[in-house]
Design a protein around this ligand. Sequence first.
Ligand code: RNT
Ligand code: ZN
Length: 418
Amino acid sequence: MTTEERFRAAGELYAGLGVDAAGAVETLKKIKISMHCWQGDDVRGFDQDGPLTGGIQTTGNYPGRARTPEELMADMDKALSLIPGTHKINLHANYAIFADKGAVDRDAIKPEHFKRWVDFAKERGLGLDFNPTIFSHPMLKDNLSLSHPDAAVRNFWIRHCQACIRISEYFATETGQPCLMNIWIPDGYKDVPADRLAPRARFKESLDKILSIPYDREKVLVCLESKVFGIGVESYTVGSSEFTLNYAMKNGILPLMDNGHYHPTEVVSDKIPSLLLFHEKVALHVTRGVRWDSDHVVIFDDETKEIAKEIVRNDALDRVLVGLDYFDAGINRISAWVLGMRSFQKALLYALLSPNEKMRRLQEDGKLTELLMLTEEVRTYPFGAVWDYFCESSGVPVRESWYEEVKKYEDETLLKRR
Ligand code: RNT
Ligand code: ZN
């Protein structure tokens, strides 16, 4: 049987559940996920040579990390050729390309330093998202930035974030797509702080200053990412969940939830509907924490499926902006991108192929035995046949055949980077 024949047969089974498999495939083709550039080079960027700081860590030493803009772009191209659909690229400010123009510090970066990324995106029809880089820099002092007691430190990072807003606006104008700009600060304390309020008050004031510059709020969607702890900042983080949710609500910006940033039994899937009741748009960093915020590659696991389900079942595909955020230096980095992107797309497809209306009705009618039965039976429907058809009709390799291309690229290109 061909992939298409298997898809047709699967479609008949799904139709029996009241699910339109062809419609699900068409919907999935339009969904954009933001692919993070930083998986390609272990979050190093191009603007400095120091260690990764800010309480985040990559582990592993797999060969072939991208060392230059050319290498990173080539690697992203390889990954994108194996991922169905046309997506967005998520850049960090430390991926500025200075070339012969001469380097500037982070508080002075300009759109021109990202022109090559804009060209890259436009040539491929990709959108661009952006992030101030408030780590791996000497002005992150004592693990503090926008909340630092010293105004000179805060002002440096305020200027950096304002510069990032202008660059984000440039991205949106050039690509014709809104740019999500995510502010995450690593600020916190290793040990129990004497004063939990003052750093948060300073962070709040810094954010007010950042947002006080004029910018087009249709083009630049500023969001704020919370966190519960980092390495070396275990006892207290300034940008806690409550801080960011309240700040975002009060100031009309978006909250961003990273599913590695909560206590281990808390799940982001359950938080999505609550936020949807109060925010027009919500942003996510989809990752996989193993025992801690370890940023393993996203896979097709239960919580990833549950996150996708909450987006699809609540009719929020255009309200929840999904980006991936992980960095595994222990495996082939192109595979890491392909696996994460394809896994999240699988999760979306799985949600689109669920009898959502029927399940909702069963809950409303109190038929909870039948709901559990159906949830379990749906799991063994021929999901793979629909997924394969989605890949084939999107012009990318079906099933595991994509890996051969990565292996070839590894042998011919990555292993030569020494
Ligand atoms: C860190 C945050 C943040 C970073 C990226 C590199 O814990 O998740 O989003 O991972 O900005
Ligand atoms: Zn994140």
